[in-house]
Design a protein around this ligand. Structure first.
Ligand code: SAJ
Length: 412
């Protein structure tokens, strides 16, 4: 029998104050919980304790400021005793696309000394199947004084879309899977206190695979769209017409092609499935390959156009991994701009309205930052890489007499 869970948890400790941890910590703080947010980076802790934020996400600044001002949210470098612990740390991959669980292990081992009987520990990080059970084992190694049934351990994968995090944090349905039935119930009861979506209960291994399956489904669908775009190019057919018309079928929903798939989730998570079932995960691996090859394909297209001009100026519009955000992680747009510069395809200028400074890698390659207006004036070739709102709304007459490669289909 499990030791009784705290029926009214009050103190929450959130490990990791990134795109998931910070919104979660500040939301819980504004719901009246006493929240300690923990991050390994001192500058992140200082920024948050001053009521500021280190990432951009709509309305997050207001939420964090009010959470900190009310005294309900504090940031620190180390965890402290609490009723509920949430691990929201990155789960990247290492060489060979093998999952890197270093941050999860470090977070689990960091909380182990402060855990007490009846505590609930939730892993929100997207993780390979079996990770939640591993968290339990890492803690057991350090806390020989605790029985397995003294703690409640569950996976509740984050599912929020960057750009809409605060809305989706509350509104999305959540999957909760414990390492045993009591853990599932305890985690479910906790989330019910602050989400309005449905709570769907299962075990931890199923919850882990559900999350991976969601992102992989999207990756495979986008790979299909990307492959279709290359087929259309060969057949001289407009891919956007094909997808628009096909999607009028009641059971067809093809996603959009683009310059490739970026971000820290969709381009990463399918590898966790491939790594755990390499022989079976054939389609998933090929889809990853298709999406990863798209930036090179775009570079080749730009090179073909550039070869017809003498020293062309090429404007790359957008560097973020998707529209209306500042996140450059795994961004295909960034990769394309860098490759164009590396290969000396032309004089490269880059427009990214959501960042203040170009990444060092691009500066080192001689890429110059530009405002949109300036880029539209100076460029011979315009490569639209991100469908930011600022780019959608330009007067299309500005594109006359330019060579335009619109990888997102926004100017059709
Ligand atoms: N993309 C396309 N075509 C499309 C849709 C997206 O090329 O039709 C590209 C985007 O431009 C971007 C990449 O795919 O480069 C990923 O963008 P996204 O908006 O599909 O997803 P993320 O990575 O921002 O967030 C995803 C979401 N997962 C699903 O929609 C199934 C989100 O709900 C997850 O919480 C998040 O991953 C995560 O953290 O796992």
């Amino acid at each position: 029998m499990n030791v009784a869970a705290n029926p009214a948890p009050r103190r929450i400790c959130v490990m990791g104050l990134g795109y998931i941890g910070l919104p979660t910590a500040s939301l819980l703080a504004t719901k009246g919980f006493d929240v300690l947010g923990v991050d390994v980076k001192p500058e992140v802790v200082t920024t948050i304790n001053a009521g500021n934020i280190h990432i951009r996400e709509p309305e997050l600044d207001v939420l964090v400021r009010s959470a900190v001002q009310s005294g309900q949210l504090k940031a620190a470098l180390r965890p402290a005793a609490a009723d509920v612990f949430i691990l929201a740390v990155p789960t990247p991959f290492k060489d060979g696309h093998a999952p890197d669980l270093t941050f999860v292990e470090q977070a689990a081992r960091a909380v182990a000394p402060v855990l007490a009987r009846g505590n609930l520990l939730i892993l929100e990080s997207t993780s390979p199947v079996g990770t939640t059970e591993k968290v339990g084992r890492w803690i057991a190694e350090q806390r020989l004084d605790l029985e397995p049934t003294d703690l409640y351990i569950a996976h509740c994968p984050e599912r929020v879309l960057p750009g809409q995090i605060l809305k989706e944090l509350v509104a999305n349905d959540r999957i909760v899977g414990g390492i045993d039935a009591a853990s599932t119930a305890a985690a479910g009861a906790f989330y019910r206190t602050f989400i309005s979506g449905k709570l769907l209960q299962t075990d931890s291994r199923t919850a882990e695979l559900v999350k991976l399956a969601e992102n992989t489904y999207r990756d495979v669908n986008i790979a299909f769209a990307n492959e279709l775009s290359m087929i259309c190019e060969r057949l001289n057919i407009d891919v956007w017409d094909v997808i628009h018309l096909a999607n009028h079928h009641p059971r067809v929903n093809i996603l959009k092609p683009g310059p490739g798939v970026g971000g820290h989730c969709i381009a990463v998570d399918p590898w966790f499935i491939v790594h755990s079932a390499p022989e079976e995960a054939q389609l998933i691996r090929v889809a990853r390959g298709v999406n990863d090859s798209k930036p090179k394909y775009v570079v080749r297209k730009v090179r073909e156009e550039a070869s017809r001009l003498v020293e062309p100026t090429i404007a790359c519009l957008g560097l973020a991994y998707k529209a209306d955000i500042d996140d450059l992680r795994e961004s295909p747009a960034l990769e394309i701009a860098a490759r164009l510069a590396e290969e000396g395809v032309g004089r490269i200028i880059a427009v990214e309205p959501h960042i203040d400074e170009l990444p060092k890698r691009l500066i080192g390659l001689g890429v110059r930052p530009a405002a949109l207006d300036q880029a539209l004036n100076e460029a011979d070739i315009i490569v639209l890489l991100v469908d930011h709102s600022d780019f959608r709304s330009i007067d299309q007459k500005r594109l006359d007499n330019k060579i335009v490669l619109d990888t997102r289909g926004i100017w059709r």
